[in-house]
Structure formats: structure tokens, C-alpha cells
Ligand binder design. Structure first.
Ligand SMILES: Cc1cc2nc3c(=O)[nH]c(=O)nc-3n(C[C@H](O)[C@H](O)[C@H](O)COP(=O)(O)OP(=O)(O)OC[C@H]3O[C@@H](n4cnc5c(N)ncnc54)[C@H](O)[C@@H]3O)c2cc1C
Length: 232
């Protein structure tokens, strides 16, 4: 809901995904070994992100009414449900104070820059928290913006500079947004072929470490995974 984007007259396509995220931190009995784990459930991803020590952060995407039920539970009830949902993989769970519920939406502006305004981060792209793509995409926006500004140092807000920024960011942002939205929709879909395709793709990645490394590199920076293969 960027006021700068609105002032620049940049239109946005936006809508709710019909999901909410319950977000909290918790302590656990077993070490996480600095590994992030994402369970794909029929209502959305259930993602564990390691914090320092034997603590992790949880992003549990589910239907809005379920998130509202969960957030009202006592600490003991919620700790048990969280532990069961992750099949006790981190042992006994103790949720910490400070849980929150976020309604989830997707948004994509028609342009990424206009009228002396360039968009970065969530002003330029919002999608569901699945596959951990949001922050890296925002960092690449800033990197491109700095580089474009340096190339147009006489007037970094000129139409030529902003068009160059828009052209540079468009493929990366469109590709990530559509891939993440598609992966999220495949979780919510009841269609067996869609479920099978997602399961087969992820199983292949799980079974082939070089392929997994390629996708992880590509996840960090567009072209650094697939680009390096095609150059060879
Ligand atoms: C539940 C959830 C889980 C996520 N998990 C991941 C993940 O695991 N990995 C990942 O890469 N990404 C994740 N993301 C996405 C990630 O959080 C965003 O991509 C990132 O925070 C975007 O950064 P930003 O600076 O654009 O926006 P924000 O982090 O939202 O920062 C915007 C800031 O501007 C402030 N602000 C707003 N309006 C005004 C105003 N008028 N004046 C002054 N200040 C204002 C806000 O208070 C806020 O502090 C997740 C998002 C959500 C909602």
C-alpha cells in the first residue's frame, strides 16, 4: 500500500490469496542444525526458520478462520498442535509470547518505475511466503536500482533511467511472482495431476543433490544457477 507508488500513478493488480499466516517464535528440545524446513499442507506452507540456539520461527499459512482459532489457544495447547504438525521433528515445542496473524495477498504493479519513483521490495511485488523468495527479490531490486542510478548519475530519476530500471527488473519479478503463486495454488488445488506434478518435482530435487544445488543458486540470484549451465 505504498503512498509513493500511488502518487506516481502506478496501477496495481492485487487480491487476497484466501489464506492467513500465523507467525510466532518457539523453543524446542532438539537442535535444528541451521536447517529451514517447509511442510506443504493442503492449506499452505508450514515453514520453520532456524534462530540462534534451540529456537526457531514459524510461519504457518492456513485458512483465515483456522489461523484465528489457533491464535486464541493457550500456550500449552498451541505448543502441542505445532509439535504434532511438524511430527515432533524438533522434539518438545514451547511457543514464546508475541504470536501474530497476517492476512496474505498478492500484488503486482503494472510498472516498476514512473514519474521519478522507482519501486523496490513489497511496493514492487507481494506474494505468499513460500520458497523464501521475497527478501532476496527485494535485495536484487535495490542492487539494480543502485547500478541504474550510477549509470545515469546526471539524473537518476529521468525517464530514461526509470525505463532502464523497469526493463531490468521486469523478467526477474514476473518469473518469481508467477512461480511462487503457482506453487501456492498447487497446494490448495484438489486436482490430483497438479498434486502429482508438484510432488514429483520436489522428490526429484530431494533425490538429486546437484540439481538441488542448481535450484538453490538460481533461488538466490537469477541466472547464477541455470545461466552457468547454459554457458557451459
Ligand atoms: C508471514 C511472512 C513470512 C515471510 N517469510 C519470508 C521468508 O521466509 N523469506 C523471505 O525471503 N521473505 C519472507 N517474507 C517476505 C519478506 O518479509 C518481505 O519480502 C520483506 O520484508 C519486504 O521488505 P520491505 O522492506 O519491502 O517491506 P517491509 O519489511 O514490510 O518493510 C516496510 C516498512 O515500512 C514501514 N512503513 C510502512 N508505511 C510507512 C509510512 N507511511 N511511513 C514510514 N514507514 C512506513 C513499515 O512499518 C515497515 O517497517 C515473508 C513475509 C510474510 C508476511
Amino acid at each position: 500500500m505504498s503512498p509513493a507508488r500511488e502518487a506516481a500513478g502506478i496501477a496495481v493488480s492485487a487480491g487476497s490469496t484466501g489464506q492467513s499466516a500465523l507467525v510466532l517464535d518457539f523453543a524446542h528440545a532438539r537442535p535444528h542444525n541451521d536447517t529451514s524446513t517447509e511442510f506443504h499442507t493442503e492449506d499452505g506452507p508450514f515453514t520453520l526458520v532456524p534462530l540462534s540456539g534451540q529456537r526457531s520461527s514459524l510461519v504457518w499459512v492456513t485458512r483465515p478462520h483456522r489461523a484465528e482459532e489457533l491464535v486464541r489457544l493457550s500456550d500449552d495447547e498451541l505448543s502441542l498442535i505445532v509439535e504434532e504438525r511438524m511430527q515432533s521433528m524438533l522434539g518438545r515445542v514451547t511457543v514464546e509470547p508475541g504470536r501474530q496473524v497476517f492476512p496474505l495477498s498478492s500484488a503486482l504493479p503494472r510498472r516498476f518505475a514512473a514519474n521519478r519513483v522507482a519501486l523496490v521490495g513489497e511496493a514492487a511485488h507481494i506474494f505468499p511466503p513460500i520458497g523464501a523468495q521475497g527478501l532476496n527479490l527485494g535485495i536484487r531490486d535495490v542492487e539494480s536500482l543502485l547500478d541504474t542510478a550510477m549509470r545515469h548519475s546526471d539524473d537518476p530519476g529521468s525517464p530514461a533511467a526509470l525505463s532502464a530500471y523497469d526493463r531490468r527488473r521486469r523478467p526477474d519479478i514476473l518469473a518469481r511472482s508467477s512461480a511462487v503463486n503457482m506453487l501456492n495454488r498447487s497446494l490448495l488445488s484438489d486436482m490430483l495431476p497438479v498434486q502429482l506434478m508438484r510432488t514429483a518435482g520436489l522428490s526429484l530435487l530431494g533425490a538429486a543433490p546437484p540439481l538441488r544445488a542448481l535450484f538453490m543458486r538460481e533461488g538466490l540470484r537469477t541466472g547464477s544457477g541455470f545461466g552457468s549451465v547454459f554457458r557451459v
